[in-house]
Structures are given as structure tokens and as C-alpha cells.
Design a protein around this ligand. Structure first.
Ligand SMILES: Cc1cc2nc3c(=O)[nH]c(=O)nc-3n(C[C@H](O)[C@H](O)[C@H](O)COP(=O)(O)OP(=O)(O)OC[C@H]3O[C@@H](n4cnc5c(N)ncnc54)[C@H](O)[C@@H]3O)c2cc1C
Length: 458
């Protein structure tokens, strides 16, 4: 009697789990009554053989049916080395990027426009005060924190990371390193809260890599006013920035000086650079300065010529290395997911050895880049990072990122060149990472000089 109750219970459980829609579909293809009759007349051995056969068929079609491991670009669990505060910031930025940026990234990339409303959303995260204090000094783990933030941003969208890097890196560092105490007091709190947005104008149309030796933009003092003349090219955020840091050579002393230029200054003009194939969401400006008048109060006079600019670039170069990390991480994660979804020859493409090899190569790159940059950030926070350390990280990450996004594009087949699959954006954006904050050739030369004692620069 008890056995019968058990059987009845099992039958009821079975009946609850039956998908009636699928059963109806099946009944159109086979005679269900006949099938049930056949199965119930089978002995246990034949039933077991049949179940085994069906499992094998399912495995061949859908993978092995087991729960698949999570897709993560943090294979060596870097996160476990982060402090509670660093983890909290990582979660905040990841959530912001996935909620606010991922859904619009391709649309704005296509529109060639920066979504200004993101600034209001980003302000709510209070990220920059975790990196800089209000007086411009850095928090004890500023570089690691900045690295985590940059990696998380670039993992979804490199343009957003670049917007952040130009304002919170280049422009902010310029104010910290070259601004007077009064200027810092006025501007830093507003910059840290994203109430004003900064840009950084160093590169010129005719002089890029050689800017330390050939800057053409000039400044001359006339009473309490400085008069600036020249052009600056590629200036990120310049089309909407509230303040643009402009570097110019003193006509009298040949010294490099810094200025805080406001868009309303007479003689200042900016055109948006159109038709880029990378970082299209970042608005890069071509700035023209025609007898542009800047008051002495906006002259960043607490600096020491070119060596201050070089120091700013040394600090921010490490941040660009982290962009490569995030970009490669995003490209890998998209690929690992795609390899599970996309089926060819009746199997997910991730089941093919050549595809697995690509994924492993990509993950190896990502992991090597992460561990290198984390160590670099620790050195930066400890004050032991030298030029060649930052340059090596920039060279290595930009090159490995390029390899990784190319594999990601390839793994997506034709879909890899469609924006909607995201890796096409990563593929294009990497080209900017490769060229800015010192091209890979120039950064190689910096490392080459350090390890051979011979300078290959002209
Ligand atoms: C998307 C983007 C955003 C940018 N944002 C900013 C910004 O906000 N502010 C700013 O000031 N600048 C910005 N830049 C400019 C960037 O820093 C420069 O593009 C970069 O320094 C290279 O200069 P260039 O493009 O003039 O190339 P060039 O200096 O003309 O170099 C051309 C090629 O020659 C190589 N080369 C040059 N000299 C040597 C040498 N001695 N040995 C071997 N090879 C050499 C270079 O590596 C490169 O391959 C941005 C650039 C891009 C693409």
C-alpha cells in the first residue's frame, strides 16, 4: 500500500512538471499512445540504454547540459586583493556603466556625440573624491582606485573612460601640479564634483610626439593679461568644457607655461573634429587661439616649465594603461558569452578547439595586463613609479589590447563588424588608446632609453 502511495506521489510530481505545450507539439509528430505503450513495455536495461542515448544527443546539441562556469575577465580574482572601499567603488562604477552607459554606448558612438546627461549621473557616484582630496593631495590608494574605476569604465565603453581620464586625470592633475593655492581653492572642489568639466590642450596640428621640443603655440605678457596664439588639436571634451588647460611657449623666455582658458575668453575658438573611427563618443576639439586674452589670475604660475607637463603625463599615462585593460576585458567577456550562444555545425562555437584557443589567448592577455597594472598602481601610490614603468605598462597593454580586440572581432565572425555586438566598438576604440598619451613607438623609446642608457630620440 505504502509503495502505491509513493508511486502515486511520483506520478503527480511528474505530471506537474510536464510542459503541456511541448507535449502537444510532440503529439503532432509521434503517436503518443503508442510511444507510452512501447516505453512501459521496455525492461530496465533497455530503458537505461535509451536514457543514456538521449543524454548524449542533448550533450552534442547543447553542450553537456551542466551549469556553465561564470564568464569573468577577472580570472586571477584581482578583486579579492581589493579593500572593502575599493570593492564598493568597483561595484558602484560597474552598476553605473551597465545601467546608464551600456544601453546607449553604440547609439552615441554612431551619433559622434558625448551624452552630456551622463555627467549628472556620474556626479552622483562621488568618484573623484576617492582619488583626490579637496586640497589636491591624493588618497593613500589613489592610483589603485583610479585603475579600478578606469578598468570598469573601459570594460563597457572606452569613450566614457576617456572623458573621465581627460577631466579627472589630465585637467585635474594640471590644476594640482601647476595651479596656485588660490586657483586650487577655487577650482578643485568644483572639478572634483564634476560641477565644471576640464580639457587639456597640449598637442598641435603640426607637432604631436615632438611637442616637448617644438611647441608652436605662444604666449606673451601685456600688463596683467597674457596673449595666446596658436592651435591645439585632438583636445578631448573641448567642445563643452568649462575650462581648457592650454600649454604655450613664452615668446620672451622660451619657457612652457600653463593657462586656464575659459570658452568665453576673447580670441578662443573650438571646432569639433569630425569623422573619427575611434572613440566617436568623445568629442575632440580643434582649438584656435587668435590673440586670445587670458588674465594673469588664470595663469597657472606654480609650475616649473616643461618638467611639470612631463610629470602630469607620467601620472596619467598609467591611467591609459588601465583603459587597455578594461577594453580587453570587455572584449573577452563579450566573446566568451558569444562562444556559448553562437552555434555552428550543431554545436556552440565555444566547443571548438580553435575557438577555445582564442579565448585562452585573450584571457591570458587580460590577466597579464591586469596584474602588471595593479603592480604599477601600487608603485605609483608608493611614489616609486618612474617614467619607464608607466611607459612599459602603456606599451604592453595597448599592444595586448589590440591583439585581444582583434581576436574578439574575429570570433564574432561577420557580427564582429556590427556595432550592435559591441566588439566592433572596442576594436575601433583601441586604435586611439594605441596613439594617445604617447604613441606606442614613443613609449617604447622611453623604456629603451631607460634599459640601454641610450636615447633614440632625435
Ligand atoms: C582620440 C585622441 C584623443 C586625444 N586627446 C588629446 C587631448 O585631450 N589633449 C591633447 O593634448 N592631445 C590629445 N591627443 C593627441 C595625442 O596625444 C597625439 O595624437 C599623440 O601624441 C601623437 O601625436 P600625432 O598624432 O601628431 O602623431 P605624430 O607625432 O605625427 O606621429 C606619427 C607617427 O610617427 C611615429 N613617431 C614619431 N616620432 C618618432 C620617433 N622619434 N621614433 C619612432 N617613431 C616616431 C609615431 O609613433 C607615429 O606612429 C589625442 C589623440 C587622439 C587620437
Amino acid at each position: 500500500m505504502a509503495a502505491n502511495f509513493n508511486d502515486l506521489g511520483q506520478l503527480m510530481k511528474l505530471a506537474q512538471n510536464i510542459d503541456m505545450k511541448q507535449l502537444a507539439n510532440l503529439s503532432e509528430k509521434v503517436n503518443l499512445e503508442e510511444l507510452i505503450g512501447m516505453v512501459s513495455s521496455m525492461d530496465e536495461r533497455t530503458l537505461a540504454q535509451m536514457t543514456n542515448f538521449m543524454r548524449k544527443q542533448k550533450r552534442a546539441k547543447n553542450g553537456d547540459g551542466r551549469e556553465l562556469p561564470p564568464v569573468t575577465g577577472d580570472f586571477f580574482d584581482l578583486r579579492s586583493t581589493f579593500s572593502d572601499e575599493q570593492r564598493a567603488v568597483q561595484d558602484t562604477v560597474r552598476d553605473f556603466m551597465e545601467t546608464h552607459v551600456q544601453p546607449i554606448a553604440n547609439e552615441y558612438w554612431q551619433k559622434d556625440t558625448f551624452p552630456r546627461h551622463l555627467i549628472d549621473e556620474m556626479r552622483k557616484l562621488h568618484i573623484l573624491p576617492k582619488i583626490f582630496h579637496a586640497d589636491g593631495t591624493r588618497t593613500h590608494d589613489a592610483a589603485v582606485m583610479e585603475g579600478i574605476v578606469t578598468m570598469e569604465m573601459a570594460r563597457i565603453d572606452v569613450s566614457t573612460a576617456t572623458f573621465f581620464g581627460v577631466h579627472g586625470g589630465l585637467a585635474l592633475w594640471s590644476m594640482v601640479m601647476a595651479g596656485t593655492e588660490e586657483q586650487k581653492q577655487e577650482w578643485l572642489p568644483k572639478m572634483l564634483n564634476l560641477d565644471v568639466i576640464g580639457a587639456f590642450g597640449l598637442t598641435e596640428p603640426k607637432v604631436g610626439s615632438a611637442i616637448s621640443q617644438g611647441m608652436r603655440t605662444t604666449c606673451r605678457r601685456e600688463g596683467d593679461t597674457w596673449v595666446l596664439n596658436g592651435e591645439k588639436k585632438w583636445i578631448g571634451n573641448a567642445t563643452f568644457a568649462d575650462m581648457i588647460i592650454i600649454w604655450a611657449r613664452d615668446e620672451d623666455t622660451d619657457e612652457v607655461r600653463g593657462f586656464l582658458v575659459r570658452p568665453e575668453n576673447p580670441g578662443y575658438h573650438v571646432d569639433k573634429i569630425e569623422n573619427k573611427i575611434a572613440l566617436r563618443m568623445v568629442e575632440n576639439g580643434h582649438v584656435t587661439l587668435t590673440d586670445c586674452a587670458v588674465p594673469e589670475s588664470d595663469h597657472l604660475s606654480a609650475m616649473n616649465g616643461w618638467s611639470t607637463v612631463a610629470e602630469i603625463l607620467r601620472q596619467t599615462r598609467a591611467g591609459v594603461a588601465w583603459q587597455g585593460v578594461g577594453c580587453a576585458m570587455g572584449a573577452y567577456e563579450h566573446s566568451a558569452r558569444y562562444a556559448r550562444k553562437r552555434k555552428q555545425f550543431g554545436r556552440p562555437i565555444g566547443a571548438f578547439q580553435l575557438i577555445q584557443d582564442k579565448l585562452v589567448f585573450m584571457l591570458g592577455n587580460v590577466t597579464a595586463m591586469q596584474t602588471m597594472c595593479l603592480r604599477l598602481a601600487e608603485m605609483q601610490d608608493a611614489g616609486t613609479m618612474r617614467d619607464e614603468h608607466a611607459s612599459l605598462a602603456k606599451v604592453f597593454t595597448a599592444a595586448r589590447c589590440r591583439d585581444t580586440v582583434a581576436l574578439a572581432r574575429d570570433l564574432h565572425g561577420g557580427n564582429g563588424i556590427l556595432l550592435e555586438h559591441d566588439v566592433a566598438r572596442f576594436f575601433c576604440d583601441t586604435e586611439a588608446i594605441y596613439s594617445y598619451e604617447g604613441t606606442n613607438e614613443i613609449n617604447s623609446l622611453v623604456v629603451g632609453r631607460a634599459i640601454t642608457g641610450q636615447s633614440a630620440f632625435a
